[in-house]
Design a protein around this ligand. Structure first.
Ligand code: RB5
Length: 159
C-alpha cells in the first residue's frame, strides 16, 4: 500500500501518481489534500501519510508540495521515516538501493509530470541492497533513537 499526500500545489501531480500506481498494479491510499485553494498547510498531509508508513499501515509514501521540501521536512520528523526529496531518477533509485528510503517527495513546481512519473517508477521498482548499507541505516536509526555513539577506533578527521 502506497500512501499519497500533497498540499494544494500538488493535487494534479498526485492524481498522475494515482494513475501510475494503478498502471503498476499497486494499491494506494490518499491522505489529502484535495481542495484546490491556497491556505492549506503541508505538514498536516505530510504527517498523516508519514505516520501511516511509520505505523506499518502503508509500505511507502509519495508526497508532493510546491518544492517537495516542506512536506519532506515534516514527514522526516516522524520516527522511522527515511525521506528523499528527488528531482532526478538517479537519486530516487539510489535512495532506495542504498538508503532504503520509504518516503519520496517531489516538487510539483520543480518537476514536470513525465519526469515525476519516471522518478516515482524508478523509486518504486528499486530494491534495497542491504549489506554495508544496512550498517549505515542502523547508524541512522541509532541517531534517531539517541543511542548512537561514535566508534573511537574511527579516529577523527578534524586535523
Ligand atoms: C506553498 O506555497 C509552498 O510553500 C509549499 O507547497 C511547499 O513548496 C513548501 O515547502
Amino acid at each position: 500500500m502506497i500512501a499519497l499526500a500533497c498540499d494544494h500545489t500538488g493535487i494534479a501531480l498526485k492524481r498522475e501518481m494515482m494513475k501510475l500506481l494503478d498502471s503498476m498494479g499497486l494499491e494506494w491510499k490518499d491522505f489529502g489534500n484535495n481542495v484546490e485553494a491556497s491556505g492549506d498547510d503541508y505538514p498536516v498531509y505530510g504527517y498523516r501519510a508519514a505516520k501511516a508508513v511509520a505505523d506499518g499501515e502503508c509500505d511507502r509514501a509519495i508526497l508532493i508540495c510546491g518544492t517537495g521540501i516542506g512536506i519532506g521536512i515534516a514527514a522526516s520528523k516522524v520516527k522511522g521515516t527515511r525521506v528523499c526529496t528527488c528531482s532526478d531518477v538517479y537519486s530516487a533509485e539510489l535512495s532506495k538501493r542504498h538508503n532504503n528510503s520509504n518516503i519520496l517527495t517531489m516538487g510539483a513546481r520543480v518537476v514536470g509530470t513525465d519526469l515525476a512519473k519516471m522518478i516515482a517508477e524508478h523509486w518504486l521498482t528499486a530494491t534495497f541492497e542491504g549489506g554495508r548499507h544496512q550498517r549505515r541505516i542502523d547508524m541512522i536509526t541509532a541517531i534517531e533513537n539517541g543511542t548512537y555513539t561514535e566508534d573511537p577506533a574511527l579516529g577523527g578527521n578534524e586535523a
